[in-house]
Design a protein around this ligand. Structure first.
Ligand code: ADP
Ligand code: MG
Length: 722
């Protein structure tokens, strides 16, 4: 039970004034638990809104409640205890029977205290709430909420809020803490009248304070359905305010970025860029040319580029990044390219060093798997400025890594990184050290310039997400694949026909083609996934004695991983058994058959990425999606989508439809910035209004902007600066 004497919630203002005390005081466990929920300030509690409501305002006769049992709806009944015993079969439990004039109901408690037995002694009148099911003892409730009452004790006249909670925080405690916070926290309007009456007039927003009161404690006459599905006007107000905070914050970070300096990198005729283009074995597609121009123009400006390059799997984004790197290097700066996996980073390294080193550009590889000495060397070359292009994984953003003169930061498969990681790479430019002749000297900043940033992704962002999470990005799109690709044919194959699939593999290899065999995803257990991969590998080795088969998975030491990938790239292996480590970026144009086992377990985006590993050369490519029947309806829908289209944009659109934006973005992508109340499936229409209001407030009402951001984002604003 909560203590009553002290209020655990500190106002941040108070904490700021007395830092010593705040540091000394050991936070109470309740405060620590509330902090886990993000509830640090009174206003956070006030904005901690119910997840749902329980209707405890009515009682049903027991007989009636039993009749409509099985619908998954909770019931509230009242009755007298007619028996109370601890039984031992089928297991130890407390079994209490209550009855009224209309029927009898069994309550079962599997874990119980002795005191509960007494509380529910024979003859006591109980108010009981729970879900009725048919069970071992007939109609029963398992672990209902119970309370002893006197006959005729009044029912609450309002819906009872149920709050998001965490272990160790009871609903009763939260209700009390929130009630207290409501009492002491005035919630003055942050939206200026001019905005409410101007661009927002149509919304007819009610005052926030009223809406909060209503949501925490809904008056009896309010529509339960509208409260539950969050379409109630009070919810609309909350969602609007939340979206507004997000829009303001995005715009501010955009403006802040525009004010920062970045090195201007003019394109130099006859430089590296020209030589590189001349050495390329193919012509850029029109789409590639267009995006190259867009990026090149950004980099000539003295404020930082913040651009997302979208292009479907296989559309040729790497070369675009390489050209941007050439422009930076031509202008006397360094470039960095960060990729989410070692396999992908290593592949970029091989490809780009093969392209650029012959032109005299030192390219350096930096990854976690390097030996300490090699890593030190790589870091030293980045720091001295000798390395012109540094390629690697997360290792690039470690504190020990500094650049002499970083001008361009490229993040490949950006959706695989968190916001903080992407910011960290760009930030490597502002800890820039002076290069040359300072052996052993302390690095010292030479200026406050930040690097231009190019993010790349094959996962297109739907409009509503672009307007909310990515409002601060310029976007370039490659909407054309390089010529000469034959479309990938996708087939669904029942797992029972595995022998035919193996025959198919054999056939492809006999024609000089290479094959990927992707092992099933086993989310619950990495160990099991590994075991399956090894077993699949062994089965295929045995079934295909005349072929060379390799195995690659996440647990392989990086050097071995690289060796296997190298063998496959060089066509020394014909079949590569792999886990999802090959999901992104792997590029072996001679591979033309992809087998995905248990395809029903993968998400759409993942299947699309995997399939994109084939269809990169001129041979006709085939993707076999093996599945185990029966398929769930959503799995069926996913696989049908895969068979019907190879267009990544279309796939993303359907993926969004099937999963909704929350899951689509994933926690990593959105960081802490995830919207708590607004749901882009249903509330996208509010975003336009929020944008308009944000613009007007930023231009005319700076104080209102501050108040609004403080209320909604507290200290979390930086997470929005994608
Ligand atoms: P992604 O956009 O998926 O990262 P990549 O950059 O890996 O695609 O390119 C896929 C393949 O297409 C690579 O083998 C690359 O060399 C090749 N490629 C890229 N651009 C062209 C082009 N204009 N013409 C022919 N092949 C190209
Ligand atoms: Mg790529």
């Amino acid at each position: 039970m909560p203590g009553t004497a002290t209020d655990p919630i500190d106002e941040p203002a108070a904490a700021a004034k007395k830092p010593a005390r705040a540091a000394d005081a050991k936070p109470s466990t309740a405060a620590a638990r509330l902090a886990k929920l993000g509830l640090r300030r009174s206003v956070d509690l006030v904005l901690h809104l119910p997840l749902r409501y329980e209707d405890e305002t009515t009682l049903e006769p027991i007989g009636e409640a039993i009749r409509r049992a099985g619908m998954g709806l909770p019931a509230q009944v009242e009755g007298e205890v007619i028996s109370n015993e601890v039984t031992f079969r089928p297991r130890r439990q407390l079994v209490v029977k209550v009855a009224d004039d209309t029927g009898e109901l069994t309550l079962r408690f599997l874990n119980f205290y002795g005191s509960q037995t007494k509380q529910m002694a024979e003859g006591v009148r109980l108010r009981v709430r729970g879900e009725i099911r048919g069970g071992f003892f007939g109609a029963e409730m398992v672990h209902p909420t119970v309370r002893a009452v006197t006959p005729g004790e009044p029912l609450p006249d309002r819906l009872t809020p149920v709050y998001p909670a965490t272990a160790g925080i009871s609903q009763a405690y939260l209700r009390k803490a929130i009630g207290g916070a409501m009492q002491r926290t005035p919630m003055p309007e942050t939206l200026p009248q001019a905005v409410l009456r101007g661009p927002l007039a149509q919304l007819k927003l009610a005052p926030l304070a009223d809406c909060l009161r209503l949501l925490h404690n809904p008056p009896p006459q309010e529509s339960e359905a509208a409260l539950a599905d969050r379409s109630h006007p009070a919810w609309v107000r909350i969602k609007f305010d939340e979206l507004l905070a997000q829009q303001i914050s995005l715009r501010r970070s955009q403006a802040a970025r525009r004010e920062k300096n970045a090195p201007s990198m003019p394109r130099r005729a006859g430089g590296l860029l020209t030589k590189f283009l001349a050495a390329l074995p193919f012509r850029l597609t029109n789409a590639q040319q267009r995006v190259v121009e867009e990026i090149a123009a950004d980099m000539t400006h003295a404020h930082p580029m913040h651009r997302l390059l979208q292009g479907d799997v296989g559309s040729g984004k790497t070369i675009v990044a390489a050209l941007a790197a050439c422009q930076a290097i031509d202008a006397g700066y360094q470039a960095a390219l960060m990729a989410p996996t070692e396999i992908l980073a290593e592949q970029h390294y091989r490809k780009l060093s093969a392209w650029l080193e012959p032109l005299g550009v030192p390219v350096v590889w930096l990854a976690g798997s390097l030996k300490a000495k090699e890593k030190r060397e790589a870091v030293a070359r980045a720091e001295s400025g000798e390395a012109k292009l540094v390629i690697g994984t997360h290792a690039l953003i470690q504190d020990t890594v500094h650049f002499a003169k970083l001008g361009l930061a490229v993040v490949d498969e950006q959706h695989r990184f968190g916001v903080a990681q992407r910011l960290a790479l760009r930030g490597k430019a502002s800890d820039t050290v002076q290069s040359g002749g300072q052996q052993g000297g302390q690095p010292r900043p030479i200026d406050e310039k930040v690097a231009h940033q190019l993010m790349m992704s094959a996962t297109p962002i739907p409009r509503t997400l672009a307007m909310t999470y990515y409002a601060d990005l310029d976007v370039s799109v490659i909407d054309e694949l390089p010529p000469g690709r034959t479309p990938i044919v996708t087939r669904l194959v029942n797992d029972a026909r595995r022998d035919e699939v193996i025959e198919r593999v054999h056939h492809a290899a006999a024609e000089g083609r290479q094959v990927y065999w992707v092992c099933p995803l086993i989310e619950e257990s990495e160990a099991l996934q590994l075991q399956t991969a090894v077993e699949t590998y062994e089965t295929l080795v045995a079934a295909l004695p005349d072929l060379r088969v390799g195995l690659v998975h996440g647990r392989l030491p990086p050097a071995e991983k690289a060796a296997v990938m190298g063998d496959f790239s060089a066509n020394r292996l014909q079949v590569l058994v792999a886990t999802t480590v090959i999901e992104v970026g792997v590029d072996v144009p001679n591979a033309s058959l992809m087998v995905i086992e248990h395809a029903e377990r993968f998400g759409l985006a993942q299947l699309h990425q995997l399939r994109g590993r084939v269809g990169r050369g001129s041979a006709e490519s085939v993707c076999l999606l093996m599945y185990q029947a029966p398929l769930s309806p959503t799995a069926r829908e996913r696989l049908a989508t895969m068979r019907e289209t190879t267009d990544g944009f279309e796939i993303a659109r359907r993926d969004l439809q099937i999963r909704g934006p929350g899951e689509f973005l994933g926690a990593r992508q959105s960081g802490e910035a995830m919207l708590r109340f607004a749901d882009l499936n249903t509330d996208a229409w509010l975003v336009d209004y929020a944008q308009e209001a944000a613009v007007m407030m930023l231009e005319q009402f700076p104080e209102a902007v501050e108040a609004h951001l403080l209320r909604w984002l507290g200290g979390r604003e930086h997470f929005l600066k994608a």
